[in-house]
Design a protein around this ligand. Sequence first.
Ligand SMILES: Cc1cc2nc3c(=O)[nH]c(=O)nc-3n(C[C@H](O)[C@H](O)[C@H](O)COP(=O)(O)O)c2cc1C
Length: 336
Amino acid sequence: MNSRSDAADIRSPFAIASLALANRLVQAPMAGVATRAFRLQARRFGVGLVVTEMIGSYGVYYRNPRTLAMLAAAPEERPLLVQLFGARPEVMAAAAARAVEAGADAVDINMGCPVRKVMKTGAGAALMADGRLAVRVTAAVVAAAAPVPVTVKLRSGPAAEVTVHSLAPRLVEAGAAAICIHPRLAVEGRKGRADHRVTAALAEALAVPVIASGDVDGPERAAWLLSECGAAAVMVGRASLGNPWIFADILAGERPRRRPLVEVLAEMEVFDGDLCAEMGEERAGRFMRKFYGWYLRPFRPGSELMRALFTAADFQEAARLLVEAMPEAAGYQPRA
Ligand SMILES: Cc1cc2nc3c(=O)[nH]c(=O)nc-3n(C[C@H](O)[C@H](O)[C@H](O)COP(=O)(O)O)c2cc1C
C-alpha cells in the first residue's frame, strides 16, 4: 500500500460535502446498541460523528411509532448520521426526507448488512448484488435528502466475490458524498480480518471521502488507515462496547488501557441515566443487561455474579450487587 505524506491527523477536521466535522473519528452504526444514549456517550468521549443503528425505511414510511422514535436527534449528539435500510427507491426516499425533517445531518444507506432477514428483502448487502437498483436507491435518497449529504456503507461484496470496486464509483456518480467500507464479504459476517487493501484501492479510485470500518482497536490502527490506506476517517465499533474510553484514547494517540472499576461504574451510571431518559426505566433496565458483560469483562466478575446482574431490575440494583461482590468496586458512590 502506498504511504501518503499528506495523511491527515485523526484530530483534524474534515467534511462530507457540506457537512463539516470536527475530527476523523466516527462511531460505527450498531443495531441494538447505537441508540441515543450510546451516541451521546460516544460524543462525550470525543467522536466527530455519531451514527444511528440501522432504521427500517418501511417502519418510517408507515409511521411506526417505535421506528419514528429512532429518528429523534438530540441537539447534543449532532452532527448525526442516520442510517436507513431498504430496497424500494421511493420508500427509501420518503424515509430519508423524514429523517432530514427529524434532524439528520446526513443520511447513510445500509448496503452492508449480512443478516438473512434483511437480505431476503433485497436490502443491506443484497443491494450490492443488484447494481442498477443500488444506483436507483442512492439517486432517490440523494434527491430526497438534498442538500443534506448521503453516504453509503458497503461491504467488499455481497457473496464470494469482491465487487465493491465496480459498484462504488457508480454510487458516487449517483450522488453519494462519501463511501463507508467494511471490507469483508457479507458471507464472512464479522469473522477473520477486514481486508483494508480494499479500503486503500477505493480511496485511490474515488473522489469522495472513504470512511474505513473494521478492526480499529487503537490509535495505531486508526493512524495506519489514514496514512497507509488513504481513509478520510475511521469508524470504531466493537472495540467501543463497554469501553467508550477508546474514543478518547485514539484521539489522544494513547494505547487503550483499562480503567478502574469505580470509574467504569460511574460511567455506566451516566449511560444508564441517558438510557432511562431515552426509553423509560423499565426498558433501560433490560437494555442495560447486554452491556454488563462488555463493561465488566476486564474485571472477571464470574458466572454467578453475572447471572445475578442479568436478573437485576435496574442499574442501581446491579451496582449494589457489584459493590457487595467485588472489592474493587468498594469506593463507588452512586450519584443519585
Ligand atoms: C452488534 C453490531 C451491530 C451492527 N449493526 C450494524 C448496523 O446496524 N449497520 C451497519 O452498517 N453496520 C452494523 N454493524 C457493523 C459495524 O458498523 C462495523 O462495520 C463492523 O462491526 C466492523 O467494525 P469493528 O471491527 O470496529 O466492529 C454492526 C456491528 C455489530 C458488532
